[in-house]
Design a protein around this ligand. Sequence first.
Ligand SMILES: Cc1cc2nc3c(=O)[nH]c(=O)nc-3n(C[C@H](O)[C@H](O)[C@H](O)COP(=O)(O)O)c2cc1C
Length: 382
Amino acid sequence: MVDFEGKVYVAPLTTVGNLPFRRIMKDLGADITCGEMALGQNLLKGQASEWALLKRHACEDVFGVQVAGGHPDQMTRVAELIRNEASVDFVDINMGCPIDLVCKQGMGSALMNKQRKVRGILMGMTSILEVPVTVKMRVGWDDKTPTAHKIIPMIQNFSGKGVCAVMIHGRSRLQRYTKSADWNYIREAAASEQSWLRPLPVIGNGDIMSWQDHKQHLDEGGKNMSTCAMVGRGALIKPWLPTEIKEKRDWDISATERLDILKKFVSYGIEHWGSDQLGVNRTRRFLLEWLSFTCRYIPAAILEVLPQRLNERPPPFFGRSDLETLLSSQNCADWIKISEMLLGPVPEGFQFEPKHKSNSYAPSVSRGLAGVEDETEPIQNW
Ligand SMILES: Cc1cc2nc3c(=O)[nH]c(=O)nc-3n(C[C@H](O)[C@H](O)[C@H](O)COP(=O)(O)O)c2cc1C
């Protein structure tokens, strides 16, 4: 069994949660890491790019992989392959992916409406795997009719028989990132567990960007609620977040220290993707994707009220140095400039468009400034 209690767990993050990024997370205090979502059907076809998503680095001492699939027989075969071919500590079933392409095939969030399929998947996978299974879900398909509280009692039947935790991202499939995560509902869903069965820890997820956010959730407690801090975008924006959570402090990190983290990422990237032109290009692409998140950080010393909240849109500001101002730029051309500082000049005609429009904010919670919804290309709408 994997013990998530009191740990910092970095959520699976497609594209940006790559192996070099996860190494940075480990350096900065994360306890548990997970690979990016892999599609079961592609794993079964033996697609090398999909199998690469299951690769673990030696520093990832508690490491899970996440798979998406809609059919019990298919997921059981996937489990068999993972058992034979991969080195993992747990296997997470994706029940939250909102992407149309995925949901239309009955995977991801679509599974939240198919209890029988989920039961079949759990029966198949837990009977094959020697490592525990976890399930990551949303509150449901839409927030008006949340279903997590109906599925959890069924999943609880597998508690201690292979399933060791459930993670709930406190938004619905249709909500995407337009509202704050609903932690009240997460607690309700956790409390829906049956009292005569072994409890299953429920790990809440959504909008944790500071140790204070995590502490608030701990203080609010709740039956069957885990004390694990599961972080997603907060860790992308502030990669030192795991340290802050563990040490319960606001780290007023300097711009040079932030650049050092990026430098380290680049060296891990080259080590992972290769030092030839292809490897450098890949490292640059993934660095740029990440920079589209890191630019959202507002230095602690500049902020009037600590802590920074995930969905607050900061007014433009000047940093304490040119480098700090550059690191806060929301302009793609500046991200390219930062990549050039670390990897040399880009080829002529180089263009970059981030996959995730992370520099957008939920209108309902932005501080009086017109927000843009986090609704962009369908493939990126996590
Ligand atoms: C860029 C990005 C990629 C994501 N990729 C995945 C994924 O592969 N699998 C998954 O279950 N969730 C994925 N998510 C959702 C996160 O794991 C997490 O549940 C969500 O972002 C809420 O946490 P947060 O508010 O702390 O970011 C992704 C989120 C983002 C922003």
